[in-house]
Design a binder for this molecule. Structure first.
Ligand code: ADP
Length: 451
């Protein structure tokens, strides 16, 4: 087992990884920007190294500074968390070249899955259902030709895309020209490559993803699904497990398909396969080769510490359990709490005057915040994740309502009022929502307010 792990991230996920390491008796190294010297994970880690100025490009994305910090402190592994360098295969390759273990899949697996076009191909060959789609698109004419082959509506995506960027829908030939040009321009600005392709655009799907764990000896388990359909601008807002849309048999069926596919691909460590789900059918979208923000809902219903498993697998340990050993208990829901205006979503960094997180049975809060902490303006605005667990979905919902009520965050605006409004809607309570539900809900709220 590793003796010392460097955590190449910030915020709540850095603390999350620190906690798993401490429980395993592993020492931790925090790396931080100049703006994060007072962060909780920096205070708690055994050692801390400042790796650069506030800007991410000069600190949390600064590969050589992070690797130097690992070498100086003698860390034998690096956990990348999510975001930042977590899906950067070049970084993983550099880490391994320095004799340090990258806690994640292999460099080749990251490259394969990081490219949406090769990932779709690998997924299809491994038996996963995929959305009808095109190869890389060369020109507007080529795009129009493919769109007519697939049938409108379609969605143009960047092959290296992520974070909901670089995606444009088209409902006809005229829209196609613009969608192609805009997606390409966005891809060029945000990603290493401006290559785009298209997929059939599903009009009212849910986003359902499957969590898997795989060791280096061919053992693969799935930990069930997460429903992440409550989204705004393709960003998840609330996640839950199990999905209100699936029954046990459907869960087992897709779980088995996924498990076999992962065996076939030979993927290792933790990963998530994202699907769209419409009219009883699954369509593979992409695989995330890292820890996900919403992993705690899966931890709640399975009792498995996913970060601990990532570290164990990377160190060469065998899973030590099979699919039959995985038991699902109750229902869990997560709210991502952002320091943002709940109506306009304008980020609201600043000083937290008072912080009181809810607690009690079935309540987990993952956050770096403490009273007196100042949220720096340079990073993602998510400041906390509230996860509740109950015997049934209804019990989890009641608990979520009570926990959101208890939360006190004074000094900055947060998205808590929006979360409270969402969970009191009949459609949410009934589990009847698709990926567009939140946008519709927000629009109707806005026009009500204007009247
Ligand atoms: P990213 O890697 O940027 O997160 P994804 O491919 O995972 O992009 O897609 C993000 C979101 O975009 C999905 O959760 C879904 O809401 C929407 N989306 C993506 N592909 C499709 C599609 N073929 N049809 C309808 N919606 C889609």
């Amino acid at each position: 087992m590793f003796e010392k792990v460097l955590i190449a991230n910030r915020g709540e996920v850095a603390l999350r990884i620190h906690r798993a390491c401490r429980e395993m008796g592993i020492r931790t190294v925090a790396v931080h920007s100049e703006a994060d010297a007072n962060a909780m994970h920096v205070r708690l880690a055994d050692e801390a190294v400042c790796i650069g100025p506030a800007r991410s490009s000069e600190s949390y994305l600064n590969k050589s500074a992070i690797i130097s910090a690992a070498l100086i402190t003698g860390a034998d592994a690096i956990h990348p968390g999510f975001g930042f360098l977590s899906e950067n295969a070049d970084f993983a390759e550099m880490v391994e070249a320095h004799g340090i273990t990258f806690i994640g899949p292999t460099v080749e697996q990251m490259r394969l899955m990081g490219d949406k076009i090769t990932a779709r191909k690998a997924a299809e060959e491994a038996g996963l259902p995929i959305t009808p789609g095109s190869p890389a698109l060369e020109s507007v004419e080529h795009a129009i030709e493919w769109a007519n082959k697939i049938g409108y509506p379609v969605i143009v995506k960047a092959k290296d895309g992520g974070g909901g960027k670089g995606m444009k829908t088209a409902f006809n030939d005229e829209e196609m020209a613009e969608a192609f040009t805009m997606a390409k321009a966005e891809a060029k600005a945000s990603f290493p490559s401006d290559v785009v392709y298209m997929e059939k655009y599903l009009q009212h799907p849910r986003h359902i993803e499957m969590q898997i764990l795989a060791d280096k000896y061919g053992h693969v388990v799935h930990l069930g699904e997460r429903d992440c359909s409550i989204q705004r601008n393709n960003q998840k807002v609330i996640e839950e497990s199990p999905s209100p849309a699936l029954n046990n048999q459907q869960r087992q069926e897709i779980g088995e398909i996924v498990r076999k596919a992962i065996e076939k691909i030979g993927y290792t460590n933790a990963g998530t396969l994202e699907f769209l789900y419409e009219d009883g059918k699954f369509y593979f979208m992409e695989m995330n080769t890292r820890l996900q923000v919403e992993h705690p809902v899966t931890e709640a219903i399975t009792g498995i510490d996913i970060v601990r498993e990532q570290i164990r697998i990377a160190s060469g340990a065998s899973l030590g359990y099979t699919q039959e050993d995985i038991q699902f208990h109750g229902h869990a829901i997560e709210c991502r709490i952002n320091a943002e205006d709940p109506e306009t979503f304008v980020p609201c960094p600043g000083k937290i005057n008072e912080w009181h997180a809810p607690g009690g049975l079935g309540v987990r809060v993952d956050s770096e915040i403490y009273s007196g902490y100042s949220i720096p303006p340079f990073y993602d605005s998510m400041i906390a994740k509230l996860i509740v667990h109950g015997k049934t979905r209804n019990a989890a919902l009641m608990r979520l309502r009570r926990a959101l009520e208890e939360f006190v965050i004074d000094g900055v605006n947060t998205t808590i009022p929006l979360q409270q409004a969402i969970i009191s809607q009949a459609e949410f309570i009934d589990g009847q929502y698709d990926i567009h539900w939140l946008e519709h809900f927000m629009k109707s709220r806005k026009s009500e307010n204007e009247e």
